[in-house]
Write a protein that binds this ligand. Sequence first.
Ligand code: TXA
Ligand code: MG
Length: 315
Amino acid sequence: MRTRGAALLQPDAAGLARAAEILTQGGLVSFPTETVYGLGADARNDRAVAAIFAAKGRPSFNPLIVHVGDIAAANEICDFNDDARCLAAAFWPGALTLVLPLRPQAGISRLVTAGLDSIAVRVPDHEVAQGLLAAFGGPVAAPSANPSGRISPTTAAHVRDGLGHRIDALVDGGPCAVGLESTIVACLGAPTLLRAGGIPAEAIAACLGRPLATSENPDAPVSPGQLLSHYAPVGRVRLNATARQDGEVMLGFGAMEADLNLSPTGDLTEAAARLFDCLHQLDAMGAARIAVAPIPDHGLGRAINDRLKRAAAPR
Ligand code: TXA
Ligand code: MG
């Protein structure tokens, strides 16, 4: 956990160069977008992305939105169908997030997508966000820069008050123009509104020439439970296991004998960063029965346990 206060950076060339350097080193940088301030990390760096969840105190691994500078950069990480191309041309840069099929070779951390095979992506319409993305030259994962359960920040002061001691730097770009998170639309089949936001659904429907499908609950459209069941391992999972029983593959934590270990040193940030990879590896090994060591239920451990409970739930 970071204990010193965040460096306050100006939105000029020197400030953005420093912010980009911190991202490259795996640090956390809060930056303004037109919607709300984001809490950014290198979307390709497992540990940096895990640190986002730790800083926010998020109890579960919700998938994060990836920010890129333009449509060409988005094309490198996901596949666009005709609807998506039409919406991106009309609304990017802007307060629209598209959920699209992830390109598996794009190098995006599995923690960003919570193990899903789709990814949420957007091109922000803010000079400072654009300047940072250009200086960094890669995809930036960024949820809103607020502690979990608190409202989204629309000024640098909000960010400093909520997360100032848990992040490396904060770029002050003044108040956010939109102040409401982006509208999220999935283009995986029929275009579907997943979250109402900065761009009205009517404008999106007008662009597509047909109404958007809506999920049952527009604010929490696809429940984390549904999302997470996508990557539950094939094998049966037994939690809080202190030793391997006959026929089980052991997923360890801390110093112990195990087939795979989330973190031999008992580091929860490392364990979070490796969790989805380990579950995929267990599938690749053909593990039919999986024993999982106890994980301390604090900090990121709560998110890990939340995820493991879903993996162990009867299916
Ligand atoms: O305006 C915004 O969108 C701000 C700024 C910083 O860009 N970001 C933001 O991120 O609000 P966040 O993490 O608070 O919201 C991300 C939401 C998740 O709660 C999830 O519902 C949805 O995006 N999401 C992300 N990836 C998804 C996916 N693959 N499938 C479905 N929903 C996804
Ligand atoms: Mg949020």
